[in-house]
Design a protein around this ligand. Structure first.
Ligand code: ATP
Ligand code: ZN
Length: 224
């Protein structure tokens, strides 16, 4: 179902939302975020912003429900692997890596544990929100493990006796330290990215995307 207006999915509330809105505004898109609306119409361009949970953005793009999305590579790759494993569409086009949302997905273990390399994780149970990315990493190294899927409070899992280790997003490492953990392996370095669905768009919409990209290039370069 194509609409006349370009649809861009962005995170409603969270670590990506503020910078994402600022970027769009600097690219000349005028809009007013009021209330709890799911769709916000841009005032000066044929663009609609869809305000959703970040978890929903990869699927909206891969199903071709929206045209563009801004999402962390960690979430994008996890959902992509999960969908591919289920035989669902998992294609997208990465238009640009952005200059925010930087973090790493890391395996962390008890701060007092000896660690000499990934083989020390053999047979361990790893608590994570990213089971597919952990599996890809561990399979490549040939290390056996099991997971404990948690959508929150991952960092307390070892202390709570639910797992031996965790794999979670880290930026400063303060949360790990506060929970008596240390980083053992970085499995992914992530940033926010702008992605497009693989659906063919009409020429006007595609031209609008090119225009946005050019402006984005200028905005990001000006900051560097
Ligand atoms: P939602 O309610 O939309 O599902 P969320 O709680 O899943 O939000 P946030 O915590 O807002 O997500 O994080 C969104 C994204 O921000 C992450 O997936 C990641 O790409 C990025 N990010 C950057 N730094 C960090 C960090 N220190 N911790 C977690 N995520 C980070
Ligand atoms: Zn989320």
């Amino acid at each position: 179902m194509q609409t006349q207006r370009l649809r861009i999915a962005i995170q409603k509330k969270g670590r990506l939302s503020k910078e994402c809105q600022t970027l769009l505004k600097r690219c000349g898109v005028k809009f007013n975020m009021v209330g709890e609306r799911l769709v916000v119409h841009a005032e000066n361009m044929p663009i609609d912003l869809l305000l959703v949970r970040d978890d929903d953005i990869p699927g909206l793009i891969m199903d071709g429900v929206v045209d563009l999305g801004v999402i962390g590579e960690n979430e994008l790759e996890e959902v992509g692997l999960e969908r591919a494993a289920r035989g669902e569409p998992s294609d997208y086009k990465k238009l640009r890596r952005l200059d925010f949302g930087g973090c790493r997905l890391s395996i962390a273990i008890d701060k007092d544990a000896k660690y000499n390399g990934p083989q020390d994780l053999n047979g361990k149970r790893i608590a994570t929100t990213y089971p597919q990315l952990v599996k890809r990493y561990m399979d490549e190294l040939g290390v056996k493990f099991s997971t404990c899927m948690l959508n929150g409070s991952v960092e307390v899992a070892p202390r709570a006796g639910l797992a031996d280790a965790i794999c979670d997003l880290v930026s400063t490492g303060a949360t790990l330290e506060a929970n008596g953990l240390k980083e053992a392996e970085v499995i992914l370095r992530s940033k926010a990215v702008l992605i497009q669905s693989t659906e063919t768009l009409d020429a006007e919409k595609q031209a609008l995307i090119e225009r946005l990209l050019t402006r984005m290039q200028g905005v990001i370069q000006a900051k560097e």
